[in-house]
Design a protein around this ligand. Structure first.
Ligand code: D54
Ligand code: ZN
Length: 276
């Protein structure tokens, strides 16, 4: 498992393109037949990917967790962005179509990921955070995630937000998770931008059409930087940073947070004309 340490906003001001990419971009996370994990020291969130082929992929323990098994003291949210897949949790089978979400409560022991079709593998994106309470494992289908349409065509940010794990959705200790789909012709996510010093955030971009990309914006509102993020790559957003993106086409992304609270609307919005 890769580790990513903290960086202060002051350090980040002096970073060049390679530094920014090394510390905040996760490039290789969806490899056929493999599971990949990155441990971020912001709120100790683990960001992972699993692409099962013919063989199922078990969630293995990691030495650095000093635990008896991966979810001994942790919870996890999984969203499938590929072909149909299944996850078994302690003998119970869950079917995840594209954009369905499974929450795994603290104490889930035997976890296995599989694809249903050989030529269209499931692509599972995972976030795991420390948990102090065990909440029940539960599945939420995309159509039941109370979609919310925001933005407009005029400002190129017309999009639909699906919320899965948050204060009014699937219960968790601290994990918050959902996804956002941009409509055709809309390219800006999370604009107007915001920060939430109380929570870190991770963005995972998917359904970025072949040959297209997303310019992800990070940094303090008056000190922004960009990182180009391609399909199936993720960004670690420090609590003091904005997290916004502009694509060369429309696309979708999974957002997830950890920290002080689980209110989706807890955001300190920045006036667009004050961004630097
Ligand atoms: O704190 C919330 C997150 O940044 C995202 O949910 C924002 C988002 O999906 C969007 O505006 O498109
Ligand atoms: Zn946010």
């Amino acid at each position: 498992m890769q580790q990513r340490y903290h960086h202060s906003s002051n350090e980040v001001k002096g970073m060049n393109t390679a530094d920014l990419r090394e510390h905040f971009l996760i490039e290789e996370m969806m490899k056929p037949g493999k599971m990949c994990f990155t441990y971020s020291h912001y709120d100790r969130i683990i960001i992972g990917g699993a692409v099962p082929e013919a063989e199922e992929l078990p969630l293995k323990n990691m030495a650095m967790l000093k635990a008896d098994y991966f979810l001994e003291r942790r919870e996890m949210g999984v969203i499938n962005v590929g072909g149909p897949g299944t996850i078994t949790v302690d003998g119970v089978l869950y079917n995840l179509e594209k954009k369905d979400c499974l929450y795994l409560g603290r104490g889930s022991k035997e976890v296995n990921f599989s694809s249903v079709l050989a030529d269209e593998p499931a692509v599972f994106y995972m976030l795991s955070t420390p948990a102090h309470v065990a909440y029940p494992t539960s599945l939420l289908k995309a159509e039941d995630a109370s979609p919310m349409t925001i933005g407009s065509v005029e400002t190129s940010n017309h999009r639909t937000v699906y919320k899965y794990i948050f204060a009014d959705g699937i219960k968790s200790s601290q994990l918050v998770m959902g996804l956002t789909v941009l409509n055709t012709g809309s390219v800006w996510n999370t604009m107007p931008a915001h920060t939430h010093d109380r929570r870190m955030e991770a963005y995972f971009y998917f359904d970025v059409p072949k040959g297209q990309t997303v310019f992800h914006f990070m940094g303090q509102p008056q000190e922004t930087r960009h990182i180009t993020v391609h399909n199936h790559q993720a960004i670690i957003s420090p609590p003091w940073s904005i997290h916004s993106g502009c694509g060369t086409s429309n696309y979708a992304f999974i957002w997830g947070m950890a920290g002080e609270n689980q209110d989706y609307s807890d955001m300190d919005v920045v006036n667009i004309t004050e961004l630097k």
